[in-house]
Design a binder for this molecule. Structure first.
Ligand SMILES: *Cc1c(COP(=O)(O)O)cnc(C)c1O
Length: 423
């Protein structure tokens, strides 16, 4: 990451003259992110260049439609940003078509469904208790209300996707689409297997690759693009761009996907975010990013092994990706209690479902700490500290001090000196 001034510090100084309350919020959050460990599997630190695009005048521009065919005047400059984002996404992922307008990962999934399905259609997806996303059929989400979702699961022993069940459910329920992708699955998915099942029953295959897409960009995970009819993803998470979504597909679905995003499910595109996506795709195409993606996985493997050695039950026995899920019960605390103890100690992570039983587990990832420059040695320290906190061997304040000391050696925005943080 380049050592240019952190835009959040500059922005807070501009803001301070007008609105000191919000300036304190900006700097307070920067301090929190810089002095605690961001182990949430979905989070990362975008570069100062990405933040600069997000905070730019492109935020002012209305641009409904697509480059060269907008419903507003004055789009000639922002059109360049969107063309760059589309071209870079296509090249990065080897896709015939890319739509970069989705406001989020969820809106990208909504667009994929809108492009391929009608209300009431049957869709086969990983069940929510096994790591399916809300958009994979939750009754609290549009997906569960408008489609007939059938959930497949993971093997209770191995934690791996139950391929036999996927095949059986596909044959008996004849879904219009099969979704593969998860918020908590630590292993690579077998996209060729899902393609084969989809072909056998005449279903579309939608890959929701929000989590691994950054690893795909860096060549550290297999790509769903050659297999899926539509690939949805976020541009944040491991990919390290701005919060947002994208949809990739072949040329034959391009028009349907574009119409599904705008005007079917969204209005005006957010041009500052699209410019930031272009910046992030540019970064993700570099050799530095490929090295980063491989280091993310190497770090996750060491962290998973460290947690297992401390006595946590690591789902699937390890990881292929940035993501780890683990049951802390053998250390004397359930997932929720452990998460709260860890949060107080400055180790920020999430709870998740576990393949066996109703107990909640811990979900963590190495995307953010790897961006900070942490490597295998630091993963060992984090595993030991995490276990000590959950076991109650070290009190919150002392653990908090250790975390602070560790993070100060790896500032996510080096130019934002801790002296600029509010006390
Ligand atoms: C993160 C995620 C999403 C949703 O992304 P948002 O930007 O939060 O809407 C969708 N599907 C999967 C599998 C995800 O991991």
């Amino acid at each position: 990451m380049s050592v240019t001034p952190a835009p959040t510090v500059d922005a807070a100084e501009v803001l301070r003259r007008q609105d000191p309350q919000l300036a304190d919020v900006l700097l307070g959050e920067l301090a929190r992110q810089s002095t605690t460990l961001q182990l949430s599997a979905a989070e990362n630190f975008t570069s100062p260049a990405v933040l600069a695009a997000l905070g730019s005048a492109l935020a002012n521009k209305y641009a409904e439609g697509y480059p060269g065919a907008r419903h507003h005047g004055g789009c000639e400059v922002v059109d360049v940003a969107e063309r760059l984002a589309v071209d870079r996404a296509r090249a990065l992922f080897g896709a015939e078509h890319a739509n970069v307008q989705s406001h989020s990962g969820s809106s990208a999934v909504l667009a994929a469904y809108a492009a391929l399905l009608r209300p009431g259609d049957t869709v086969l997806a990983l069940g929510l208790p096994y790591g399916g996303h809300l958009t994979h059929g939750s009754p609290a989400n549009f997906s569960g209300r408008w489609f007939d979702f059938v959930g497949y699961g993971v093997d209770a022993e191995t934690g791996l996707v139950d391929h036999d069940q996927v095949r059986t459910l596909a044959r008996t329920r004849r879904p219009k689409a099969i979704v593969c992708g998860s918020i908590a699955y630590p292993r690579h998915l077998d996209y060729a297997f899902f393609r084969e099942v989809a072909d056998e029953v005449g279903a579309y295959l939608i890959a929701d690759a929000a989590h691994p897409m950054g690893l795909v960009a860096g060549g550290a995970a297999p790509s769903p693009v050659p297999y899926a009819d539509i690939v949805c993803a976020t541009t944040h998470k491991v990919l390290r761009g701005p919060r947002g979504g994208m949809v990739l597909c072949g040329s034959e679905l391009a028009e349907r996907v574009d119409r599904a995003v705008f005007p079917f499910t969204q209005g005006g595109a957010q041009m500052h975010t699209i410019a930031a996506k272009a910046v992030a795709f540019g970064e993700a195409a570099t050799a530095d990013f490929a090295a980063y993606a491989h280091q993310v996985v190497a770090n996750a493997r060491v962290l998973a092994a460290g947690l297992a050695a401390e006595g946590l039950v690591v789902t699937t026995g390890g990881t292929d990706t940035h993501l780890i899920t683990a049951d802390p019960t053998p250390l004397g605390a359930d997932g929720r209690t452990a998460r709260n103890l860890l949060a107080a100690a400055g180790l920020v992570l999430d709870c998740c479902a576990l393949p066996h039983g109703d107990a909640r587990g811990l979900r963590l990832g190495t995307a953010a700490v790897t961006t900070q420059g942490m490597r295998e040695a630091e993963m060992g320290r984090i595993a030991a500290l995490l276990a000590a906190v959950v076991r109650g061997e070290v009190d919150g304040a002392r653990a908090r001090g250790e975390v602070r000391e560790l993070t100060l050696g790896f500032p996510p925005y080096p130019a934002a000196h801790p002296a600029s943080y509010p006390a």
